[in-house]
Design a protein around this ligand. Structure first.
Ligand code: ADE
Length: 228
């Protein structure tokens, strides 16, 4: 699964440039039975299985041996703190981390208490495994690392970096489906374009995510732009 990160796009480039490196430890490689069992029955019964403790614990230990005992261990689960852009920024400032992806109903609570430093969720929905959640986190972090995005500015302009939703974007042709590109974007007045984009961002945020407006304030630069 993780080839999607290392082989393609922005994250693939981050890896080939040596700005990001990724290692995987598969709990199955830390089993000792014929079936390479990584799940076990839950105490108390009920549907679903729990991650078998020993293979997962050994996989985490192997990762720590390589990365250092001080390396923070993050568990991806719907019970974790909700990931947002601010959290990604903080995570991107760290030089290493171990991400634990669970399957089935999750991992034994005592292993969480002993081995897990932080628990993060990528949203209020349930996936069949933590791998995709880990990949979301890795992707979100990778594109914030210095030099990973071609234009240093482009992460800064993202939705959520500014605190507001992104403005609409247009490319050729100038007329498409009976609609023209907004006039201001064709004029080359960069100040007017910045103002238009900010207004679009604010308008969209107001319409689609008013909850974000309640949290954000405009920077002095944005205020000045709107007052012109
Ligand atoms: N594993 C399953 N669902 C998840 C979610 N929403 N966030 C993080 N890890 C998960």
């Amino acid at each position: 699964m993780f080839d999607a990160i290392t082989e393609y796009g922005v994250t693939g480039r981050a890896v080939s440039q040596g700005r990001l490196s990724l290692n995987c430890w598969n709990p199955r490689d830390y089993t000792h039975d014929k079936h390479r069992t990584v799940d076990d029955r839950p105490y108390g019964g009920g549907p679903g299985m729990v991650m078998k403790v020993a293979p997962l614990e050994d996989a985490i230990s192997a990762a720590k041996q390589q990365l250092g005992e001080d390396c923070k261990v993050i568990y991806l689960s719907p019970q974790g703190k909700k990931l947002d852009q601010q959290a990604l920024k903080q995570l991107a400032s760290r030089d290493k981390m171990i991400l634990v992806a669970g399957r089935y109903e999750g991992i034994d609570e005592r292993l969480i208490e002993k081995q897990i430093d932080e628990e993060w969720s990528i949203g209020d929905y349930v996936l069949s495994g933590g791998e995709l959640a880990a990949m979301v986190m890795i992707d979100g972090v990778a594109r914030l690392l210095p030099g990973v995005l071609g234009d240093e500015n482009s992460a800064e302009q993202d939705s959520f970096m500014t605190g507001f939703l992104d403005c609409p974007h247009y490319t050729r042709p100038e007329k498409l489906f009976d609609q023209s590109v907004p006039e201001v974007l064709l004029g080359g007045d960069h100040e007017a374009i910045r103002k238009w984009r900010l207004k679009q961002s604010l308008g969209r945020t107001w319409l689609r995510r008013p909850d974000l407006l309640a949290k954000e304030t405009l920077t002095d630069e944005q205020k000045a732009l709107l007052e012109e």
